[in-house]
Structure formats: structure tokens, C-alpha cells
Ligand binder design. Sequence first.
Ligand SMILES: [Mg+2]
Length: 280
Amino acid sequence: MAMATKMLLLLAAVALLVASSGAWETNIRMPASVATTTAMDEAVAPLIHALRPMLGSGGQLGSRAGVACDSWRLGVEAHNVRDWKTVPASCESYVGHYMLGGHYRRDSKLVIDEAISYVDSLKLAGNGKEVWVFDVDETTLSNLPYYATHGFGATPYNWMSFQEYARQASAPALPETKRLFDKLLSVGIKPVILTGRREVQRTATVTNLRRQGFSGWMTVMLKPAEFKGSAVTFKSGERQKLVDAGYVIVGNIGDQWSDILGTPEGARTFKLPDPMYYIG
Ligand SMILES: [Mg+2]
């Protein structure tokens, strides 16, 4: 009788093990993945750029020719990989797919969702002195139409070629950032545009921002023609001027670490993804 009980207990244990294995398998298979992907794609519409990744080429994009491109990208975003000049040649396709597919938009959406939660948590003074600093390139405006035809950062930066593109003032808005921009206006925080673009590019930059629906900013600060220092020196210096004038920088967002490093950084900083280029 005792032996029969033991056998029953053993069978029950095996049944439980099988059942739990089944649960894992079900999760791993993710039968609802198609529906989930569709919902996410809708959540991040509209597209920033019309090009789409090639079907069937997404297999081993994370690791090609010995370079783990996803690890490289993480290193870039975490600021472990610094002072790089170009995207590794073997990662051009990976970065292209990241930028043009849903991943870039999803990552951007997460950043902006967090920023908006932060805004909602603030106890604002509402005295007109609270500002939020925005970078331009790959923050308010997307240069994907340019980089999509220039190797997604895998080919060396060509200043002349990029200026020609920027002069057209045709860069699309980054939709997620636009959402934050509009949110700030609605709660009385003044957006400040602070860009490493030069003064000579002011007209094209302002025109481009307005064409993409950005307006209501407090000021647009560009780099003077004669400025020789680093991006961190320039941007932190301009932020210091804001603080000296009595403004409170409640937030600061950019795609480069040089946008958000250097005192005063702002009460909170947000880093948007950008695996296409590095500005120190
Ligand atoms: Mg930028």
C-alpha cells in the first residue's frame, strides 16, 4: 500500500514537471507574437522614414564577421564605447535595420514615455522660469533620410555633404520627441533648443523645425562661428547661462552623451538612441 502511494506521488510529480515544461514552451513560442507586433507597430506609427528593412535578411544581424553588433550598440548607448569615428563596416546592415525597423522607434518611445512620466511627477512652480533643453539632430529632427543613403554612419562623416542636406530644411520630426515637446508646452515648461549646429545654419534649422510643427520655444541657441571647444564645453556653457539668468532646467534630452554631460546638466537627463555617429 505504501509503495502504491509513493508511485502515485512520483507520477503526480512527473505530471507537474511536464505541465510546467509545457508552460515554458508556450511562453517561448509566443503564439500571440504576431498580434503583439502589430499593436506595437501601430503604437509607434507614423514612420520616420519610408524605407523598410529587406525581408529575410534579419537572421544573424546581431553578429557578423566577428563583431557582435548588438553588443557594440549597447556599448555605444551606455557610453562604454567612445570616440568612435564610424559604425564598424560589418555593422552597417545591422544599424540600418535597427534604424529603419521598429526597434529604434520602440527605444525612442520608451525614453519619451519615461520623460513624460517624470514631467507628470513634477511639482511645478509655474513661474515661467522652468525650461527643458532639446538637442536638434537625432533629437527633434531625424536625419535618417540622409544617413540611409550614407551607410548609416559606416562611411566617414562628410561635412559638405551633410550641410547641403541640412540646408534643404527637410528633415522629418522625431515623432516621439514631438510628443514630449507638446506635453511640456501644455504644462508651461518652456522648450529651449540647444544645438551644435553653427549660427550660419540658424535659418535652415528654424525653418526645418517650424515645418515639422515645432513652435513655442523660448530660444534657439546655436554654436557661434568662432567657437573652438568641445560639444560638452559649448552646451554646458550655454546651460550655465540659462541658470545664471534665473531659469531652472527641469529636463535635458539629446541623442549624444555630450548633450547631457557637463554641469549644469539639468535636474534630469534623457538619452535618445543613436548608433550612427559619435560627437564628443
Ligand atoms: Mg544630436
